[in-house]
Design a protein around this ligand. Structure first.
Ligand code: FAD
Length: 413
């Protein structure tokens, strides 16, 4: 039996596995084994340290009816999910009140602050420093009034040290000649990093984990067996019962289902996102473009241009609706007039999302040998290395580098 068993081999699980090996512990990761299934494979690859403002904000409520009735809107709820997801949606909207948004950003900022350094350290150990590249980010808008409408978020970011610079149409065209169409202005944030390819980074970290002595078991965890105040085994779909000493649950959007066997009812929703990845886009972007009007992000990666984004509430393991990937590809051609969308690949994966956007990083309340690390929303790729350090502190009994109370699992109980 390993000292620690981890359920989930996405970016959070793998970074955690490596951190725990470094503590001298033996570690086994259980993962379903489909490398492209989790969000860590297909995300937009931004090390988004400044992304501290939740999606739900003052004013979001007004937009919801329009979004919900428009299958081409940036957020869509499949009609069959509307009833079951209503409690989550209401909590999400409630978390968007001004005072709570300020608290959420203040809780997110210390998490993202060290993300770049934590990854630099980790990637240097692994020998994959070239998987992180400098990136300026462009928050692009169709009009000055859309830019003005984002002032609240900009002000919060800048309060936490993530300032932006306004650029008008002309300067934007000089910086990014490929950008065109309806985009009129932008806010540029410097000093960010991005992953040259997030899926590749995850695979290389997994190889390193194995090389360092970590073991990986392919299997689907169905249930956690408990005995009073301890978790004692993980039951796999295959019928196997794996005894455990310590458990870390890092199963992304699937974590809520698993922790039910610990008596926990955690509102972690699967917000499905899509990408359309183009190996030969025929246009070049020097910076990542976050385009709120279109509900997608454009990121140049090692293997081509990724158009990623949109939110679809469709349940945990839905049949993909690749019309949403077609949609963002079509919208991208409007802002990148020379874009060739032929020959692309499409993907869907779930952002593990708590109603308040903050992750869960905590010890299970009634089972002291279980650590929870999931629900990282739209910044899980960013927070892999930092979360691993915090989980490591919880397991070894060291004082965590930051107070973990904002990320406690019972905050919605
Ligand atoms: C379109 C899109 C764009 C995004 N862009 C960015 C970005 O630019 N920057 C950023 O920081 N974040 C981004 N994100 C968010 C980020 O990808 C996620 O927050 C992050 O990948 C979550 O990592 P994770 O390890 O928690 O979960 P996952 O990557 O989903 O991994 C969970 C793993 O657990 C396994 N698993 C699940 N259930 C079980 C089980 N029962 N038994 C065994 N194994 C199981 C799954 O197979 C999977 O491998 C984006 C997400 C999407 C969808």
């Amino acid at each position: 039996m390993s000292d620690v068993t981890i359920i989930g081999g996405g970016i959070i699980g793998i970074c955690t596995g490596i951190a725990l090996l470094e503590e001298g512990l033996s570690v086994e990761i259980i993962d379903r084994g489909s490398a492209t299934e989790g969000a860590s494979y297909g995300n937009c690859g931004l090390l988004a340290a400044g992304e501290i403002v939740p999606i739900s904000r003052p004013g979001t409520l007004k937009k919801i009816p329009g979004w919900l009735s428009d299958p081409e809107g940036p957020l869509f709820v499949r009609p069959k999910q509307m009833f079951s997801q209503m409690p989550w949606l209401l909590r999400f909207l409630w978390a968007g009140r001004r005072s709570r948004v300020l608290e959420i950003a203040a809780a997110m900022a210390p998490l993202t602050r060290d993300a770049a350094n934590d990854y630099r350290d980790l990637f240097a150990k692994v020998g994959i420093e070239d998987n992180l590249v400098p990136a300026e980010n462009i928050f692009a808008f169709n009009s000055k009034s859309d830019y003005e409408a984002d002032a609240f978020a900009r002000e919060i970011r800048s309060r936490h040290g993530f300032s932006t610079r306004y650029v008008g149409k002309e300067e934007l065209r000089q910086l990014e000649p490929a950008l065109g169409g309806p985009i009129e202005c932008a806010a540029i944030m410097g000093g960010w990093l991005q992953f040259s390819d997030p899926g590749l980074a995850r695979d290389r970290l997994m190889q390193f984990f194995r090389k360092q002595g970590g073991s990986v078991r392919q299997g689907s965890a169905q249930r956690i067996e408990t005995d009073g105040s301890k978790a004692v085994a993980v039951h796999l779909e295959s019928g196997e019962r794996l005894p455990i000493a310590r458990l870390v649950v890092c199963a992304g959007a699937w974590s809520g289902k698993l922790v039910k066997s610990l008596g926990l009812n955690v509102p972690v929703a699967a917000l499905q996102g899509y990408h359309h990845h183009l190996p030969k886009p025929e246009v070049k972007l020097n910076r990542a473009v976050l385009y709120a009007n279109g509900g997608f992000v454009l990121t140049s990666m090692e293997s081509g241009l990724r158009i990623g984004g949109t939110i679809e509430i469709a349940g945990l393991d839905p049949v993909p609706n690749f019309k949403r990937a077609d949609l963002i590809a079509r919208k991208a051609t409007a802002v990148l007039p020379g874009l060739d969308t032929s020959g692309g690949t499409q993907w869907m994966g779930p952002r593990p999302f708590m109603p308040d956007t903050l992750p869960v990083i905590d010890t299970a309340p009634n089972h002291a040998n279980v650590t929870l690390a999931f629900g990282h929303g739209q910044v899980g790729m960013t927070l892999g290395a930092t979360t691993a350090k915090l989980v490591s502190s919880l397991i070894t009994g060291r004082r965590p580098a930051i107070p973990l109370s904002p990320y406690r699992v019972t905050r919605f109980a």
